[in-house]
Design a protein around this ligand. Sequence first.
Ligand code: AHR
Length: 343
Amino acid sequence: MSEKYRKKIYRRTALGAAVFLIVLALAACAPRMNRNAETDGSARQMTVIGFSQLGNESDWRIANTESMENTFTEEAGYELLTDDARQSQEKQIAAIRNFILREVDYIVLAPVVVSGWEEVLAEARDAGVPVIVMDRRVETEDDSLYTAWVGSDMEAEGDRAVRWLDEYLKEQGRDREEISIVHIQGSLNSSAQLGRTAGLDRGLAGHRNWKLAARECGEFTQAKAYEVMRDILKTTKEVDVVYCENDNEAFGVMQALGEAGLTYGKDGDVILISFDATEAGLTACMNGQINLNVECNPLHGPRVEKIISLLEEDGTPQKESYVEETVFEPDDLTEELIRERGY
Ligand code: AHR
């Protein structure tokens, strides 16, 4: 046997042994799937859900995670394995692979961005694990890569905000004035950002007097939105509207506007538009600080559970389900109404 061939065999054997050891180590580290939970003395089958949550960036996201946790409980017959990817698609892909390895029954994916999912979704499909996509969307040429999607129509949300602004400016007799708009985007390449930005872009294209004064990414967080708005205000003095792509960004923008001595909201100089309609966002709207809050409902736990129950009974869920949503102005709101909404 030549030296070169011997080395090759040795390398292959070493590689094989290393892969085997890694698989063994992973299996040992992974908590065992608890498919048989002891409840009132009798063992019963649990349905195991691997949930890849994209992060923890906003009030909306926290409400969304809570909705999943409150739905997929042990009492209801589920074991929920939640992985927080902290805004990283790489981490979400690794979590999905881990769920496949652990042979979960279903994977629920709240994707951070729209693109780049084909490979890992094909792995899940080939392993026979149904994937339910929730909230934001994935873009794949082959839609058999996931079983179902449930979430919001983000473009329609953007269109609702633009329609409202158009009417509001008419009511104010400002529809011929030049309107300077600052746009704080959400995390780039997420369907929430793409949809809401598309809505505003259509509004800008349809109104010659609407001018885009600045556009920056606020990453759907209060801290980043504050930072970018504070910097924008160093150079942009005329601001009529700030279009924030979620409530947490609106809070950061309020802080920056306040520090710059600008008033905003119902009785202020700057019109503030926000998305989500979380409890804190609607409270700010009710108090007149936000002029319009466009609803984006995060309570997807029961909706995902409906899909999974249907699959458990060998049914075929609807491929795409949109949540019905509305918009709120200060005069629409009461404390009671906000409390009843549950997020
Ligand atoms: O995908 C939904 C968006 O993501 C919400 O508007 C935002 O608050 C969240 O972080």
